[in-house]
Design a protein around this ligand. Structure first.
Ligand code: NAP
Length: 265
């Protein structure tokens, strides 16, 4: 098995990476590589796994991911630094087991006809800096509402615990093949009206935001920021690609949510 290790710059992550590399080397069936891995192990936080996803997003059908966290328990990083031996033993005995999660397909269309395509693992947002963003929200080619406000966030189920949660979106179990549209500070008064609550969109549907406001709009795709005055519309749907995680043991999603947001010890 060809394994790549991606870590963040924290001292603890570097030490854990060195230990992991040593343990992996002791197994003749495992080769630590940089190019064309079958498994990518990240050491750090959820942010580290997000960057690894974008680095290998062109090979999602042949690569699995696994995250070791060196800070607090993460949503993508559920192995702890003291479980490295168990992790390596698990890799040797359970080489192919995986669990997959939905991704967000993002298509940007520019006024001059250009199009750009991206995949997001957490979310994409559209904003207009400090000015009010105005956009017509279409669901499956039908005008649903005209949004006015700070912006919109469209998240995956696994991204629902990230920015989406901070702007009032629901936490969604990753077994749902769906995306969530959440408003960011909408203007609602006697003149302007939006639904005012998050909506969940299934895999057979899509959402298109046709921008009405002028000037630069900022579109984020996980950690990437794109700012352009020529963005005309952005379309979102559940991607046909999925991210695969090595599944060496079962992790209860709601236990993880409780651990991350509620448990006080
Ligand atoms: P960052 O600003 O350095 O960190 C944002 C925080 O979000 C980190 O604590 C990160 O966890 C956590 N996080 C990332 N993905 C998550 C997920 N799926 N569920 C729960 N928490 C998650 O940015 P970053 O590390 O590069 O990550 C980019 C992501 O940060 C964006 O996709 C966005 O979702 C999120 N973000 C959230 C807010 C907000 O909530 N107001 C603002 C900006 C960005 P780790 O510490 O484990 O890395």
């Amino acid at each position: 098995m060809r394994v790549a290790i991606i870590h963040n710059n924290e001292e603890k992550s570097q030490n854990v990476t060195a230990q992991l590399r040593e343990l992996l080397k002791q197994n003749s069936g495992i080769e630590v590589v940089e190019r064309d891995p079958e498994l990518v192990i990240t050491v750090g936080g959820d942010g580290t796994l997000l960057s690894a996803f974008h680095r290998y997003s062109h090979r999602l059908d042949s690569v699995r991911f696994l995250g070791v966290h060196t800070g607090h328990l993460g949503f993508y990083t559920d192995w702890r630094d003291y479980e490295l031996q168990e992790l390596v033993d698990g890799l040797c005995s359970d080489r192919d087991k995986s669990v997959s999660y939905p991704l967000l397909d993002v298509q940007l269309s520019y006024a001059d006809g250009r199009k750009k395509h991206f995949l997001a693992m957490n979310e994409s947002t559209i904003r207009r800096g400090s000015r009010t963003m105005v956009g017509d929200v279409y669901i499956k080619d039908e005008l649903f509402e005209t949004f006015r406000g700070d912006g919109l966030s469209i998240s995956t189920p696994t991204g629902s615990t990230a920015y989406n949660k901070s702007v009032g979106g629901a936490v969604v179990h990753p077994s749902f093949n769906a995306i969530q549209l959440t408003e960011i500070a909408s203007l609602n008064n006697r003149v302007f009206r939006t639904l005012g609550s998050p909506i969940i969109i299934g895999a057979e549907e899509w959402v298109e935001i046709r921008l009405r406001s002028d000037g630069h709009h900022l579109v984020t795709i996980d950690q990437l920021d794109l700012s352009d005055e020529k963005i005309a519309s952005v379309s979102y749907k559940v991607a046909k690609e999925r991210i695969h995680f090595a599944s060496l043991r079962h992790m209860h999603f709601w236990h993880r949510v409780k651990d991350a947001f509620i448990r006080e010890d």
